[in-house]
Design a protein around this ligand. Structure first.
Ligand code: 13P
Length: 252
């Protein structure tokens, strides 16, 4: 059985003070939630503070990007050892905002995913199609490319450790959620792509849905056979909404 993961992606929201306030409000609300893993993906400057204030709790603290080299002439980048030094537990990579706005490519992800995994970070690899790709019937082609490239340099026996978040770009921040049928079809397809490398690992893989997941649609999405959790943007900034989604996961 796969334990569901509910991960909040705070994106570029939260000074240190705001992040500490948010996490202080969140921790008591999730302390008794069972059969669900919970994480937040925090802006770099607030990582240390959130790690410190959630130490000893069940909350995973993740970064939102990482470079593949341990150090070097890469202005503006943050490396894996910089994250592990402050006890960050994981990282979300390949978010469509990074791909579309900051030129992140599948080739970068091919290096980032194994670099983070081998240092003990949990990895959430984001994939997803644009609206145009969906309309043109190119969703599977796009997902195949992203999943195969992103996992290419991951050793077979570690494939199941990579969490993959299916986030249709047209559903991100739009309030337009994928229908349960669309989501299940894509999530199952992503799992099948992992199974092309290893059936056993694909059974371990946690595949998340992301894109306008809210308290009122979470349970239906989380109940889908191939949905092992959610990557939550807007609703993760509201502690009550995020908690409601965390609570929906074990029910689903
Ligand atoms: P929203 O939940 O705001 O649509 O964002 C989803 C997302 O991009 C999570 O990474």
């Amino acid at each position: 059985m796969r334990t569901p993961l509910i991960a909040g992606n705070w994106k570029m929201h939260g000074t240190i003070a705001e992040s500490e306030e948010r996490v202080a409000s969140l921790l008591p609300r999730i302390s008794t939630a069972e059969h669900v893993d919970v994480a937040v993906c925090v802006p770099f400057t607030a990582l240390q503070a959130v790690v410190d204030s959630s130490r000893g709790s069940r909350l995973g603290v993740f970064a939102q990007n990482v470079h593949w080299e341990p150090q070097g002439p890469y202005t503006g980048e943050i490396s894996v050892p910089m994250l592990t030094e402050i006890e960050v537990g994981g990282v979300v990579v390949g978010h469509s905002e990074r791909r579309q706005l900051f030129g992140e490519t599948d080739k970068h992800l091919q290096l980032k995913v194994p670099a983070a995994l081998s240092a003990g970070l949990q990895v959430i690899l984001c994939v997803g199609e644009t609206e145009e790709e969906r309309e043109n019937g190119d969703t599977e082609r796009r997902l195949r490319h992203q999943v195969q490239e992103g996992l290419e340099k991951v050793e077979t026996d570690r494939l199941g450790d990579v969490v993959i978040a299916y986030e249709p770009i047209w559903a991100i921040g739009t309030g337009q959620t994928a229908t349960p049928e669309q989501a299940q079809e894509a999530l199952a397809f992503v799992r099948a792509l992992v199974a092309d490398r290893s059936k056993e690992q694909a059974e371990r893989s946690r595949i998340l849905y992301g894109g306008s997941m809210k308290p009122d649609n979470a349970e239906e999405l989380l109940a889908l056979p191939d949905c092992d959790g959610g990557l939550i943007g807007g609703a993760s900034l509201d502690v009550a909404q995020f908690t409601a989604i965390v609570e929906a996961a074990p029910r689903a």
